[in-house]
Write a protein that binds this ligand. Structure first.
Ligand SMILES: [Mn+2]
Length: 358
């Protein structure tokens, strides 16, 4: 595959480094490294300077790293020559680090080489860059979302009273792997009956019973990109109150989708959904933000929450997932994965939202 897109990302990052007077950037976080190189290895570092790009790795990955030699100078590290030894040739510089990922041990080693005021956090620079997806990323996220839709369709034929939440999760996961997914975006959530009031109730041994609401929240990784979706369905008869709450969540979710647009404040997207839920008197039961960015990580920028200060831009990929959770009773969440455009959104999730009663 062409390395051109990685080179373009590096050049873009270098402009931002220059603005922030960062001379050398040590990239350590796996998703950041992958974003800048496409290289897969359990042990490597990327170091960017004004005019050079280095990829440092050990014997195990040295040969594979040759694929990247049109972008990077490949440097071999080992027990006698570490990334810190390599950095020692850079004196009196401002060093950018990925401060949310670097370990305390690594930081202490850097402090032996540079005064603390010369080490600056640069994580946000790459995170900001990663928020806007290019065409290839959009396509990969769309593929991951399609497999998730397909798995939902499939699991509807499988869910019945008497099986456990864990069996439902396994069926979803088995199906998606057959469709080409490499892994899970996160531990599959299957939360039924009273457990549905737990927003992140991972699948348990609880047996599905008639009258349960079941929240299915899951996502799959396809070619390194994640998807994320949620549907809540009913098994047998549910109460009028539960139906009412279901349609409030659906209205809130669709209300937010209607207003989402490039140029709007992310906090206002949250507000659009929150206002609908509050007006119905359930505000206190919607205790999380409306959504989050999705890409190489299932939770990344931008956040759609009351506190978010981000202005939405074209080609940001976000979830829209309001919920109402009534403790010890039940919970309902509906989540789509969408891309923000200058003309509203494109929805990557196509599973139905009318209440499904099995
Ligand atoms: Mn989500």
């Amino acid at each position: 595959m062409s390395n051109e897109k990685y080179l373009n990302r590096i050049l873009e990052l270098k402009k931002i480094m220059k603005n922030k007077s960062i001379d050398v950037f040590l990239v350590t976080k796996p998703e950041d490294k992958f974003y800048l190189s496409g290289f897969v290895s359990s042990h490597y570092f990327i170091i960017l300077t004004e005019d050079k790009n280095y990829l440092l790795t050990d014997f195990r990955y040295f040969e594979a790293a040759n694929d990247k030699k049109d972008i990077f100078e490949i440097v071999r590290i080992d027990a006698h020559f570490s990334v810190f030894d390599f950095l020692s040739k850079y004196d009196k510089i401002k060093l950018g680090i990925g401060e949310k990922h670097l370990s305390a041990l690594e930081y202490k080693k850097l402090l032996k080489q540079y005064p603390s005021e010369n080490i600056v956090g640069g994580q946000e620079l790459i995170e900001t860059q990663r928020m806007i997806k290019d065409e290839s990323e959009l396509q990969q996220i769309k593929n991951a979302a399609e497999i998730a839709d397909d798995a939902f369709n499939h699991v509807l034929t499988f869910i019945k009273p008497g099986i456990s939440e864990r069996e439902v999760a396994l069926e979803l996961e088995f199906h998606m792997k057959k469709q080409g997914a490499s892994g899970l975006s996160f531990d599959t959530i299957v939360a039924s009956g009273k457990r549905s009031s737990l927003p992140h109730g991972a699948a348990s041994d609880k047996i599905l019973e008639k009258g349960d609401l079941i929240t299915l929240d899951y996502g799959f990784i396809v070619e390194s990109y994640c998807s994320d979706m949620t549907r809540t369905i009913a098994l047998g008869h549910i109460s009028d109150e539960q139906k009412k709450v279901y349609y409030i969540v659906k209205d809130a979710q669709e209300g937010a989708l209607k207003v989402l647009n490039a140029g709007m404040e992310a906090s206002l997207a949250d507000k659009a959904a929150r206002d609908i839920i509050e007006a119905e008197g359930f505000g206190e039961y919607f205790g999380h933000g409306l959504g989050h960015g999705v890409g190489l990580e299932v939770h990344e920028g931008p956040r759609l929450s009351p506190a978010s200060e981000v202005i939405l831009e074209e080609n940001m990929v976000v979830t829209v997932e309001p919920g109402i959770y009534i403790p010890m009773q039940f919970g309902i969440r509906i989540e789509d994965l969408v891309v923000v455009t200058n003309d509203g959104i494109k929805n990557f999730t196509s599973s139905p939202k009318e209440l499904i009663i099995l």
